[in-house]
Design a protein around this ligand. Structure first.
Ligand code: TRP
Length: 329
């Protein structure tokens, strides 16, 4: 069985894009691989959350993972900061991570541009921490989006460099986990691009019905098709793509026909889309709320996850320390 590691920054709630792009696949993946799913709370410190915000968002993400169907008995579900072996491996990897390659990393360069007054060392070494997350379990595969491919590539560089430096065949080369064609890109509601937290165009799993209705009704459209069977502009196609994942096939077909014969009323379509999104997210939202109110359960899940993750992590760290040359007297 392959070892799979995936982390999510604990900086916010999950949206439909996260669900269809990742979570839905994680739920299947957990039965076919040895999966480690964790909440990257150390990584979130690069943006200096308040103590309140830090714990609150970790708790929210854990509850949402569980509500989406990740099974803590099947996968290993844990909080990054519960595993002291990760920062230790991070320290060791940093000794062989070079300033030049870290500075060349696209995500770092973006941060330098967008937040010039908070270019901290944690941002610079974000890729070594991520590498530590992954190779601490000697992972084979990592489900990553486009924006994380470079980080995973750097992970391979660090893993290979360690093997070469110590002349061992210790760390496997982690490759992207490929979901294949099943992966639908979930668009936002603002007419272009994908759904994202920072884009401000997201529908969250935890949004209530009224919020969802408001967001969908505000979605960008145009003045409608002027000839039969026109190609849909991006903003319109986005509504159909969303409908394709949450609505019944007949509903989608009905609105496709309306578009193709130019009788479409976007207002009606949006009302339907909003109700279908609500029907889809409501059971998840209810589970999120139930889990959030059961602190004892969350505590048990986090504790069990940390124990399982530390078993694997401490074995790796012991072996790495030995390879490097640390010895007991
Ligand atoms: N950098 C990832 C992101 O921003 C989160 C992350 C941290 C991660 N450590 C990881 C993802 C390890 C996969 C594996 O989305």
């Amino acid at each position: 069985m392959d070892i799979v590691v995936s982390g999510i920054r604990s900086t916010g709630k999950l949206h439909l894009g996260n669900y269809f792009g990742a979570l839905q696949n994680f739920v299947k993946m957990q039965h076919e691989n040895h999966c480690y799913f964790f909440i990257a709370d150390f990584h979130s410190l690069t943006t200096h959350p308040t103590p309140q915000d830090l714990h609150g968002s970790v708790k929210q993400v854990l509850a949402e993972y569980l509500a989406c169907g990740l099974d803590p008995e099947v996968a290993t579900l844990y909080v990054q900061s519960d595993i002291p072996e990760i920062p230790q491996l991070y320290l060791l990897l940093n000794m062989n991570a070079y300033m030049g390659e870290l500075e060349r990393c696209t995500s770092f360069k973006d941060k330098v541009r967008t937040q010039p007054n908070n270019v901290n060392a944690g941002l610079l070494t974000y890729p070594t921490l991520m590498a530590a997350d992954i190779i601490i379990h000697k992972a084979h595969k990592v489900p990553v989006g486009k924006d994380q491919e470079q980080h995973l590539e750097m992970t391979r560089t660090f893993a290979n460099r360690f093997n070469r430096l110590y002349n061992v065949d210790y760390f496997p080369e982690p490759v992207p986990y490929n979901f294949g064609k099943q992966l639908v890109k979930i668009p936002g509601l603002d007419g272009s691009g994908k759904m994202g937290k920072s884009e401000g165009n997201a529908i969250y799993l935890a949004d209530d019905a009224e919020t969802i209705r408001k967001k969908v009704m505000r979605a960008v459209t145009d003045s409608g098709p002027t000839a039969p069977n026109q190609k849909k502009p991006e903003a319109i196609q986005n509504l159909y793509t969303l409908m394709g994942v949450v609505s019944q096939p007949d509903t989608l077909k009905y609105y496709e026909e309306q578009y193709n014969n130019c009788t479409i009323r976007y207002g009606d379509m949006k009302k339907q889309l909003a109700e279908d999104i609500i029907a889809f997210t409501s059971p998840i939202r209810e589970r999120i709320e139930a889990i959030l109110s059961d602190n004892e359960y969350l505590r048990r899940v986090a504790k069990m996850g940390a124990e399982k993750a530390r078993q694997s992590a401490s074995k790796t760290l012991d072996e790495v320390r030995h390879i490097i040359g640390f010895r007991e007297f």
